[in-house]
Write a protein that binds this ligand. Sequence first.
Ligand SMILES: C[S@@+](CC[C@H](N)C(=O)[O-])C[C@H]1O[C@@H](n2cnc3c(N)ncnc32)[C@H](O)[C@@H]1O
Length: 357
Amino acid sequence: MTLTQSLKTLGCLGDVTLEANHVRLKGWITSIQGEPIDQFKLRIGNQEITEFKLEKNLPSPDVQKLFPTLPNSDQARFFIYIPLDKIAPEQFNTLVQLIPIVKGEEGEVLFNLLESTLPVPEKEDRLGVGGSFKFVACDFLGHFVNKAQLKPHESILDAGCGVGRMAYSLSYYLDDTARYEGFDIVEKWINWSQSVIHEHRPNFNFQWANIYNKRYNTEGTIKVEDYSFPYGNEQFDFVFLTSVFTHLYANAVQNYLKEVHRVLKPGGRCLCTLFLLNEESEALIKTGKSSQNLIHEIEGSFCTDLDIPEASMGHRESSVMQWIEALGFTVSAKYDGLWCGRNFGTNYQDMLILKKA
Ligand SMILES: C[S@@+](CC[C@H](N)C(=O)[O-])C[C@H]1O[C@@H](n2cnc3c(N)ncnc32)[C@H](O)[C@@H]1O
């Protein structure tokens, strides 16, 4: 399977900072084909912002180091300054959407938040799901919208929702007609999400599933390979699993894919991230370039640590594709990740977009 999806632009809106007289946006942007970025469209909450100062094509050695083969990655930095009197007061604590324009066409939307007041979990819990809470939340909102065409009114399932990292940015993106459901195996994280995010957005619901996992829930009584998601058939437009299959054995991944297929509406989409083992990633692991040393084979999966295999698990790409296709999904896109030491990727983990017929 070599299917990949072409993207117009790659970038990041890393910072939105309130300063004395303006709001400053800092990020980087390139077009994949090396064409110049002409301009940006900017929206804060529901206000189009047209008056701002743009500085672009500034040096970006950090981006060049991460993406050495990406055209113009050495001069990708930009700053945008929006005078404070151009932003309506009610647009604070809302979503910032920045759209690069290349040859008159829109590139991938970049997301961030302006002075978000929704509380975040304690540091220990933020680190427990991988850290960089607000940044990853906004980055993945970009993946959901750009790669899986998520719309604000849709019905969504976040399987393995952790401590509400993705729900955090989604709570700013989804409207009141949308439905968000999340479940996870860590009771404390579900309690936090339900008391903070559900309180703020009643159409967001979180449920605990007491499933055993040697990394996340050693007291669990339910076997993951037998678990049925607690929702009826064909309820969701979009299901996602971010950094969940990287903690599951092969038989659990197969069961979860079956459950995702069951709960998706016809035509529904799934975005999942994984560590896919194929010729390229295995060669990079062998040469010591990979950040995940997935060398121990265990029950059809690969792990870095035999004491706690679920700390990090990879799966053979050929097997995953067989499971997916046997269920009747089509793989509409595959994005290779940076995890194994590739010099190009749109995310740390590999990412698949699946479509139910
Ligand atoms: C790295 S965290 C990612 C959390 C969340 N998806 C995110 O991106 O913020 C991995 C998550 O997978 C959850 N998990 C592990 N096994 C699971 C299972 N069988 N079902 C649902 N969630 C599971 C863990 O509890 C943990 O919250």
